[in-house]
Ligand binder design. Structure first.
Ligand SMILES: *[C@@H]1O[C@H](CO)[C@@H](O)[C@H](O)[C@H]1NC(C)=O
Ligand SMILES: *[C@@H]1O[C@H](CO)[C@@H](O)[C@H](O)[C@H]1NC(C)=O
Ligand SMILES: *[C@@H]1O[C@H](CO)[C@@H](O)[C@H](O)[C@H]1NC(C)=O
Ligand SMILES: *[C@@H]1O[C@H](CO)[C@@H](O)[C@H](O)[C@H]1NC(C)=O
Ligand SMILES: *[C@@H]1O[C@H](CO)[C@@H](O)[C@H](O)[C@H]1NC(C)=O
Ligand SMILES: *[C@@H]1O[C@H](CO)[C@@H](O)[C@H](O)[C@H]1NC(C)=O
Length: 440
């Protein structure tokens, strides 16, 4: 149970990027253009999303960041005199500041995108070497959030060693960080906070801290250079894997990886399993539910990635689930839910197709304990929460309190005083959510 020993693994993680006004304290809630539109963005689409966040009630549930992803600037280069990135005048006729004004008028915040390289992933100007100028532009425009990607890195700035990211080195990763068959693996004890990757991200952190505006810093280095070790001191969240796609196999794969990183998640610093695909591709309703429940339980940033003006009511209901959002934003508990049993597999098994199925975590705001149960199999299965197995309940249970008040987190149905255990029949790739309150 290596991850129950945080002192060994979080040597440098304790000093986070603390921000004023609680910015970044709880994981971010918002919307981003990439999974919905890729490069095809403009001010209308961004402002439509912002207005829908208000109209659909998402703002009142806490969703606040409206984030512009890649492709927002003039591709051919910076302003030759000021060296600033130029917002594309066709896509954003009133600039980024014009969009920021309208978004702020809605009571929301604006996010933007750049990369710790010379170009973004889509080939637009990026911030390496221009960190201060860009941070100043972002602050002046009224930007509140920066997603910072890892494309366009010059050859002379690559890392000396390769870090094992499980999804790109399939089968050669172990949760203890050891890679097999990796010829350029770092020597034991190597401090990844000194890698060139960490330095590229720290340069932008320093630039953001030097401007007179609080800009949440979302690192997107795809889990490379052991970012879990230096992410907390560098940004408010850090991607721990390659990109998500709207496919259950990919969602399960990332959930499996992130399940081993839960001791890194706490106030002001969260591993980020990537933006939501709820509403996208061919995910079933069950898969959308399980994706959202797992991401909320893991205290991932919850960044919606689907067009909101055409969203299916079923998907909107999932994204609006109050118990999960309450758990996710709990002001009194920073830690996420932890897997307490793998279920399909023996505990601590690394299996991209079958992540841990039983999760629990405490939440005073919820009035008790959140339990998420997932069926990772291809057919309908029963999953049972035994109170004696749930870490938050087992002490009371063994002391003789056999019953607890339970509410179904999806339907809101009061299940009354439930003794010993609760079973759910779950379809393929579905997740059940229980809110367990006082003993009774
Ligand atoms: C990250 O830093 C914050 C603030 O210093 C701290 O509260 C939190 O526990 C840290 N996270 C981890 C996983 O150590
Ligand atoms: C990397 O190469 C670029 C030219 O491609 C140069 O401007 C820069 O100074 C080099 N950086 C380092 C750290 O050597
Ligand atoms: C590592 O390399 C050995 C020898 O080539 C091979 O048998 C083994 O399957 C490899 N392991 C992984 C996890 O790729
Ligand atoms: C990490 O786990 C692998 C696979 O279980 C094992 O071979 C290796 O010895 C472990 N390394 C450390 C440092 O514990
Ligand atoms: C920083 O920004 C605040 C709010 O926008 C403003 O009141 C203050 O004067 C600024 N401080 C400096 C040093 O520019
Ligand atoms: C969804 O399914 C349809 C029909 O099987 C297929 O043509 C389409 O490519 C799928 N879309 C995605 C995003 O996987």
């Amino acid at each position: 149970m290596w991850w129950l020993l945080p002192s060994v693994f979080l040597v440098s993680g304790a000093n986070a990027l603390l921000r004023p006004d609680d910015v970044g304290r709880a994981p971010a809630l918002g919307w981003n253009s990439w999974n919905a539109y890729n490069c095809e963005i403009d001010a209308d689409k961004i402002l439509t999303a912002a207005n829908e966040v208000v109209n659909l009630g998402l703002k009142s549930l806490g969703y606040e960041y409206i984030n512009i992803d890649d492709c927002w600037s003039v591709k051919s280069g910076r302003d030759p005199t000021t060296k600033r990135i130029i917002p594309d005048p066709d896509k954003f006729p009133n600039g980024i500041s014009g969009v920021a004004d309208e978004i702020h008028a809605l009571g929301l915040k604006l996010g933007i995108y750049s990369s710790a390289g010379t170009t973004t992933c889509a080939g637009y100007p990026a911030s390496l070497g221009y960190e201060t100028i860009d941070a100043q532009s972002f602050a002046e425009w009224g930007v509140d959030y920066l997603k910072y990607d890892n494309c366009g890195v010059p050859d002379n700035l690559t890392d000396t060693y390769t870090y094992c990211v499980p999804d790109s080195t399939d089968g050669s990763f172990f949760p203890n960080g050891t890679c097999v068959n990796l010829t350029d693996a770092a020597p034991a004890g190597y401090n990844w906070a000194t890698s060139t990757t960490a330095k590229r991200y720290m340069r932008m952190r320093n630039a953001l801290l030097s401007v007179n505006r609080t800009i949440l810093y979302s690192l997107c280095d795809w889990g490379q250079a052991d970012v879990n070790d230096w992410g907390n001191e560098t940004g408010n969240s850090w991607r721990m894997s390659g990109d998500i796609t709207p496919k259950w196999s990919r969602i399960a794969e990332i959930a499996n990886e992130n399940s081993f990183l839960m001791n890194y998640a706490n106030y002001y610093g969260y591993p980020d399993p990537d933006m939501l695909e709820v509403g996208n591709g061919n995910l079933t309703v069950a898969e959308n539910r399980a994706h959202f429940a797992l991401w909320a339980a893991m205290k991932s940033p919850l960044i919606i990635g689907t067009p909101l003006d055409t969203i299916d009511p079923t998907h909107l209901t999932i994204l609006s689930n109050k118990p999960l959002l309450t758990f996710h934003q709990d002001p009194a508990v920073g830690r996420p839910a932890y897997p307490y049993k793998w279920g399909y597999n023996a505990d601590w098994t690394f299996d991209p197709a079958h992540p841990a199925e039983y999760w629990s975590g405490p939440s005073p705001a919820l009035g008790g304990t959140l339990i998420v149960m997932v069926n990772t199999e291809e057919t309908t299965q029963t999953r049972t929460a035994f109170w004696k197995e749930v870490p938050e309940l087992k002490e009371l249970y063994t002391a003789g309190k056999k019953g607890f008040k339970v509410v179904d987190g999806w339907s809101g149905n009061d299940l009354g005083c439930v003794r010993d255990k609760y079973s759910l029949k779950l379809g393929a790739h579905d997740a059940g959510v229980l809110v367990v309150g006082d003993s009774c």
